[in-house]
Design a protein around this ligand. Structure first.
Ligand code: PM9
Length: 459
């Protein structure tokens, strides 16, 4: 596996757990076969999420030391605001302590009973925040996104026919805004093309509906545009980012992804009245507008991270690392969602373990097998996370896809780590027939995957 070398070197290190297979079996049993309940100290390679898990640079750590913790008017806020304006180009910049708070502030202001919010695919927290405000979250992604092996350079694109059908059916007056998630996490970290962004904007203009971006992984999306879309080959990352955001009215952002920090987020808008209402709400629930639930030092780290993430050499090495893992697995017959996305590889558990019926949670069985084999922690995105009981029949309803997501933290793992991940997965793949399904012994009424306890069927 070869990919461009990392454009940085290591200055601080963190030890990795060394556990034996017997220890891992005991740990997993004690955790009720739920990887969320496993202590991070007992994980060898942690691919649970790329959110908040980035390694900060020496400049960001230095930035923490110049944190100005004044209640009002911290100098770090002004640096943060100036940087966000330079990249995103929006008038009003409202800090929040993470992405879902920005979502909550936005939707609790504009979404109500009878509202519909389209998106390519809503992330879980986005959908939950729309629904919490009694709106309906509607996914309008192109059909190719729903087929794990369909090859498409921009599998995160919005299907304009689906979007227009929704507007006509529900009425533009009931659609307070349209979202666009770049890259599209729930569809495999797949990018959206500039052409699609422009066309979406054009369509929305006909109906006077604002466009907001869920910008968590915007820099990764910019890189895909540069590599895959004609006319962008010679453009800088910053100019691509500025063009993307010029087609929108605002964005929500979890800086825990492409902000290269461990905590933080923000909301942007060009709408004065909306920004004023949200700022008033911010003061009630997060904090004063120049810190929004964050320390001054955190704002400084975000300001620096947002610039670093647009370094093309960094993006080249980051996206290539994920791609090489995917290509290596694919070349050895391991079924993955194609093409590899920007931040994660998704294993297709149904194809990996065809002998385990969906009622026995094949993706959870695969996630447990990866931990048992090599201490690798991924996350189940399948029947355990999205399955639910039909209120009418009491029967379990399962989602279309059964995946294990392996999200790669930014600037954290080396190629040797990624090779170890590939070898572990291939070794589990060779012995896949021995893997058994699971059953649930405890589940919470909502979001059961976080706290469920499971047991293997047949011991
Ligand atoms: N995404 C992820 O692992 C972290 C939370 S779930 C373990 O993928 C999008 C596209 C996201 C996202 C978080 C959020 C929420 C919004 N949109 O976690 O609240 O991928 O900062 O961001 C996670 P926060």
């Amino acid at each position: 596996m070869r990919y461009p070398m990392e454009p940085y070197r290591i200055k601080v290190i963190e030890s990795i757990a060394d556990t034996t297979p017997d220890e891992r079996r005991r740990i997993l049993e004690e955790a009720g076969f739920n990887l969320f309940a496993v202590s991070a100290d007992k994980v060898t390679i942690d691919l649970l999420t790329d959110s908040g898990t980035s390694a900060m640079s020496d400049r960001q750590w230095a930035g923490l030391m110049v944190g100005d913790e004044s209640y009002a008017g911290s100098r770090n806020y002004y640096h943060f605001e100036e940087t966000v304006r330079e990249i995103f180009g929006y008038k009003y910049v409202i800090p929040a302590h993470q992405g879902r708070v920005a979502e909550n502030l936005l939707f609790s202001t504009v979404v109500g009973k009878g509202s519909f919010v389209p998106n390519n695919i809503h992330f879980d927290t986005t959908r939950a925040n729309v629904e919490h405000n009694f709106g309906r979250a509607v996914d309008c992604v192109i059909d190719a996104a729903l087929h794990p092996t369909a090859d498409h350079p921009f599998k995160g694109n919005m299907d304009l026919r689906k979007l227009e059908a929704l507007i006509r059916e529900r009425g533009a007056e009931n659609i307070p805004l349209c979202l666009m998630t770049i890259t599209n996490n729930s569809g495999g970290g797949q990018p959206v093309s500039m052409e699609n962004i422009k066309s979406t904007r054009k369509l929305l203009d006909q109906y006077n509906i604002p466009l907001y971006f869920d910008a968590c992984r915007f820099a990764e999306n910019c890189y895909f545009i540069k590599k895959r879309e004609a006319g962008y080959e010679n453009r800088s990352m910053l100019s691509i980012a500025r063009e993307i955001f010029s087609y929108g009215d605002g964005c929500t952002m979890s800086a825990k992804k492409d902000g290269l920090v461990n905590i933080g987020g923000f909301l942007c808008s060009n709408n004065h009245d909306l920004a004023t209402s949200i700022t008033n709400l911010l003061i009630l629930v997060e904090g004063f507008p120049t810190y929004g639930g964050l320390a001054g030092r955190d704002l400084e780290a975000i300001a620096i991270g947002l610039k670093e993430v647009l370094d093309e050499r960094y993006l080249e090495s980051r996206i290539s690392q994920v791609r090489c893992l995917g290509e290596e697995l694919d070349s050895r017959g391991v079924p993955i969602l194609k093409p590899p996305g920007g931040h994660a590889i998704y294993l297709d558990a149904r194809a990996f373990l065809p002998h385990i019926p969906q009622e026995q949670f094949p993706a959870q069985a695969l996630a447990c097998a990866l931990y048992l084999e090599g201490g690798i922690r991924g996350v189940e995105i399948g029947g355990l996370m999205f399955g639910h009981k039909d209120p009418a029949t009491g029967k379990e309803v399962f989602p279309e896809l059964e995946m294990v997501r392996l999200a790669v933290p930014r600037r954290v793992y080396t190629s040797a780590h990624i090779e170890f991940v590939a070898e572990t997965i291939c070794s589990v793949f060779r012995d896949r027939d021995a893997i058994r399904g699971y059953e649930i012994v405890y589940e919470a009424p909502v979001l059961r995957h976080f706290t469920a306890r499971m047991r293997p069927i047949d011991g």
